[in-house]
Design a protein. Sequence first.
Length: 667
Amino acid sequence: MPTAKDCANAIRFLAIDAVEQAKSGHPGMPMGMADIAQTLWREELKVNPKNPHWINRDRFVLSNGHGSMLIYALLHLTGYDLPIEELKNFRQLHSKTPGHPEVPETPGVETTTGPLGQGIANAVGMALAETHLAATFNKPELPIIDHYTYAFLGDGCLMEGISHEAASLAGTLQLGKLIAFWDNNQISIDGNVQGWFTDDTAKRFEAYGWQVIRGVDGHDSASILAAIKEAKADSTRPTLIDCKTTIGYGSPKLAGTAKTHGAPLGADEIAATRAALNWPHAPFEIPHDIKQAWDQSERGAALEAKWDTLFADYQAQYPTEASELLRRLQSELPSDWANQIDALITKTCDEKSDLATRQSSQQCLNTLAINLPELVGGSADLTGSNGTKWTEATVFTHDNPQGRYINYGVREFGMSAIMNGMSLYGGIRPFAGTFLTFVDYARNAVRMAALMEQPTVFVYTHDSIGLGEDGPTHQPIEHLAMLRNTPNVHSWRPADTTEVAYAWKAAIEKQDGPTCLILSRQKLPYLQETQTDTANIDKGGYILWESNQGEIPELLFIGTGSEVQLAREAAQVVHEKTGKATRVISMPCPELFLTQPHAYQEQVLPAECDKRLAIEAASTNYWYQFVGLKGKVIGIDRFGLSAPASECYKELHITCDHLVESAIELI
């Protein structure tokens, strides 16, 4: 019968051999955390390798994702669809074992990790989602949502600021089914962390409201298992298990040093490690008895079968709730969604309200949130400014886990990564807001949402110099171009209430990446013309107005958001002054417009018309792809200034008069 050490050594040598074969990778962490991993995965983790998407599985997050061979070894050994050939192909083109774990490349990987600290924030989101759905759907004696979220993290994750943001909120919300294992090996890339990381981490997490289990021997299975049991006994606090480990455990010359962090051990040291750990097997060879000891297929199938029986009872007693849960988990919209959204759009056309688009967005949410119970919103301490809280929303707390509004506090980065974790969990469509300029704080979490193709919705208000007196620190300039150039992201900058409704429609219906809603602080006029071409607003760009319908225009104006009204006014003036045929294009989502058939793009932006002028109160470079060498872009390629909005626009030449002058120069 293989021992716990034998099973842990199987992880170590799969990692050692894969990194050696790839000639790159990070063997030290898998070697150091192998004992923790084998204890958790063989003794406690509730998963079914034959169904990686079983809803009531435990979630496992490898926050220190550079040690990816740890999870690949675990998935292979426990019976997931990850054959040994994929481990031999570690870090190679089109393999299922990329350099860092990626969703959905590898069956059993719950989230894409590598940027340190984001994994633990994702885990907080998953634990929050479990808590919310359990409170929403569980019934006495029928706990259909009932599992744990586990995370591995290292010193690097704990140094990153996002881990502080996420851990603080997790403690406040008392997410008692979140258990994190700290790989406390005191080593990072530059060496021993005593020169730059001397925090009393245990006290810090206790101050956050976590249970901390100190001084666990990370190489002793019995100690690790006892710590897990202790963690589970406290249901009111998340738990940090402080595991004392040795990076590169088993390597005679390199264990405990940074040299094992990110480089192969080399043939000689691998041979010495095999001898030291009594592993006389060829590379990638796992003895049959150890394979059998690891395989979780039978146990996992039994766990899911037991849950299936529970859920069958639930369906029989609560068919409506069961159907609703399955709808959400399958990312299906309600059967009457089309009617709901059509009614909302019609309402905006009928009311013709002059509103800041952040206010229009809140009005949309008042309707959407009632009809889409999976919507869970929030804000980074800017609820009133962002307009992200709908009228009947209640706040998620430990005492009210059914609440659908989260007060994230001033934690833009943590908020965004937590939202990604909720989205990955399933059954929830998270959205939350901050000012557009503060996407800088959250940037990498937005990028990770895009990389993972998660339909997270980021609400960014105060979108331009139009926010006025708060000045250049709060006035975004370069941010729109950054978002638009991020793959899989759609950024909507709507011009009035109808375009806002379409933006929300697109955000809810998009399943392959995040949507950013870019909304104004200042009031914008309702544009009568948005009613005339509503069929094309959802194409991302459309003809708002033209002086000579049916003719090829001699001059094109392109605008977004608050500048569409200026383009509309200027086009009218230029036409009256020159007699030239003018056209105004509203392009609330250029990324979406660029996905339309060429025929439609040509219809909106005919090649024959090369006199084009784009206007947006932001950086200009992005727009040259639309106006070409003979066109002009009116925008801002400097930082803003502190003054009332109208004065900012005038001082920076974002005015109708300047548009008219520039247009006449063009023609």
